[in-house]
Design a protein around this ligand. Sequence first.
Ligand SMILES: CC(C)(COP(=O)(O)OP(=O)(O)OC[C@H]1O[C@@H](n2cnc3c(N)ncnc32)[C@H](O)[C@@H]1OP(=O)(O)O)[C@@H](O)C(=O)NCCC(=O)NCCS
Length: 190
Amino acid sequence: MAESLALRSARLLLRRLRAEDAAALVGYRGLPEVARYQSWEAFGPEDAARLIAKQVAIDPDTPGTWVQLVAVLAESGEIIGDCGIHFRADDPQQVELGITLAPAHQGRGLATEILNTVLGYVFGSLGKHRAMAVVDADNHPAAALFRRVGFRQEAHHVEHVWFKGAWGSEFVFALLNREWQDPLSSPQLP
Ligand SMILES: CC(C)(COP(=O)(O)OP(=O)(O)OC[C@H]1O[C@@H](n2cnc3c(N)ncnc32)[C@H](O)[C@@H]1OP(=O)(O)O)[C@@H](O)C(=O)NCCC(=O)NCCS
């Protein structure tokens, strides 16, 4: 059984995936508008079962693994999204983040709350040096989200990846632990 992890914020509980979460994951990850800029084309019950089974064997902060947390509304217990933390194999002091919210719960600042909570964990509790995210350049809500929580745009790769039948462009966003602690310490990029 993998190590447990639970993070709380004003409106949410973030916790490890459980077998009984499968239907909720399929309910929003399977929607075309949610999958559009994600690594998957479709997300059905078998995909959910595979994801959950893999998670059961992974302890947080293991280099080379993604830990997926589900976001649960504290008020109702409803699963409204998930956030992945990639503990990078190439550098254990760096993480990559990914996030997905059910459309019915977008536009209320819940993704902002999830990322701020996860940043408290990776920077505050684990003391990581740098968090980064790769975002499709056409995914405007995701780019706005990472900017809103303080990430700097470090790169704009133009048509560098063949993605879902076309050349895709991506932004790389990053935030250092010291920038998270003191936004004024952010390097002034040209
Ligand atoms: C990326 C994604 C999570 C962003 O979700 P989101 O709902 O736009 O982000 P938030 O939950 O932080 O909500 C922000 C919106 O709520 C508003 N808001 C309301 N209350 C707020 C609060 N307390 N704090 C922050 N924003 C608040 C903001 O003004 C913003 O509105 P706007 O979109 O009109 O500017 C979502 O679009 C998604 O799941 N997309 C599909 C999956 C995906 O592509 N993921 C990215 C992979 S990298």
